[in-house]
Write a protein that binds this ligand. Structure first.
Ligand SMILES: [Zn+2]
Length: 330
């Protein structure tokens, strides 16, 4: 299986996973896999890997059969595996660790050609509820320190399967940029007795130029220092460290804004817009100053080394103008 290797210069872990070479890469001509061959389509449950969980139409549904709303399966080309040990090996300056973790696929919907803008409100609430359920389940293993939840939509965003799906990766460490975000949130709280994300949301509401929509406890806006043209952020107006703690009402409001954000990206940037969705959730109670938020990151062009290596983006679209263009399509 795989191994984690630590780079002490860059403070960064890398997963070395040779078997991922076999993973398919999607080309423009085969992006439309036919439903009959699609392992994520309803009726083809035997083609996918082991079912981990599912939201069902009827409670009496048997595992690996049709009759589901969304379904979680193991990733065939998983980068990390729960049965692998997390033993650390130190050799001189080199540190490595067994590829322990979990890599799951949440099949968002039965609709092969659907997406978060086309799913019904009930389907989207069920989807968010399943994300929360998987985060809660994975975080019960004390060896898991972080759960990454993300979507790659379109080839420019790294998509390899066209049927709508979400990846859930549970890791035995907190990636360094996430750990430093938690640290900044804690430092901000010590200085201001307030949550950094909540203050960002409050200022966005006051200023209005980048605010696009409000729904219940959540806001949709273009962030002040947007890294990418037309980047969107969805964040709450109240303390919520993880989706695990969201009420049904909050999940319903969040579903409205998730739907609206993807719908707006498609209206403004085109039906086939490539984007990444990232859910920044904290699974541990020792990050009490974190507030969950969702980033929608349109991928309009390739990423330069200044962005990928040095973390400095060049964005030609001011977020105030992006917000204005989005609001014109509301
Ligand atoms: Zn499909």
């Amino acid at each position: 299986m795989s191994t984690y290797r630590y780079d002490p210069l860059e403070d960064r872990w890398t997963i070395i996973a040779r078997h991922r070479l076999k993973k398919p890469t999607l080309k423009a001509e085969d992006i439309r896999m036919v439903p009959a061959e699609c392992p994520f389509c309803e009726g083809n449950e035997a083609l996918s890997d082991a079912e981990i969980d599912a939201s069902c139409v009827h409670a009496e549904r048997s595992i690996n059969t049709s009759g589901w709303i969304n379904r979680v399966v193991a990733n065939r080309y998983r980068a990390v595996a729960i049965e692998t040990s997390a033993d650390v090996v130190e050799e001189g300056i080199h540190r490595s660790m067994g590829g322990f973790g979990a890599h799951e696929i949440l099949i968002d919907t039965t609709g092969h050609d659907s997406d978060l803008a086309l799913m019904s409100p009930d389907e989207t609430v069920s989807y968010l509820r399943m994300v929360a359920k998987r985060i809660e389940n994975l975080s019960q293993d004390s060896r898991i320190a972080h759960v990454s939840v993300f979507k790659n939509v379109g080839i420019l965003a790294g998509e390899t399967m066209s049927h709508p799906h979400t990846q859930i990766v549970a890791l035995p460490f907190i990636p360094s940029h996430i750990a430093s975000m938690y640290e900044r949130e804690a430092v901000y709280h010590r200085a201001h007795h307030a949550h950094l994300v909540l203050d960002e949301v409050a200022q966005t509401i006051d200023d209005e130029t980048r605010l696009i929509a409000r729904e219940g406890d959540f806001c949709l806006y273009t962030p002040f220092a947007s890294r990418y043209p037309f980047e969107l952020r969805i964040a709450p107006t109240t303390v919520l460290t993880s989706l695990v703690y969201a009420s049904s009402e909050q999940l319903e409001s969040l579903a409205v804004l998730v739907h609206r954000s993807v719908h707006l990206m498609k209206l403004v940037l085109g039906e086939k817009v490539a984007y990444n969705m990232v859910i920044r959730d904290s699974i541990r109670d020792d990050n009490p100053y974190h507030t969950v938020y969702i980033s929608m990151l349109p991928r309009l062009f390739g990423v330069s080394a200044l962005e990928s290596e040095d973390g400095v983006s060049i964005n030609p679209m001011p977020p105030e103008e992006a917000s204005k263009l989005y609001k014109e399509r509301l």
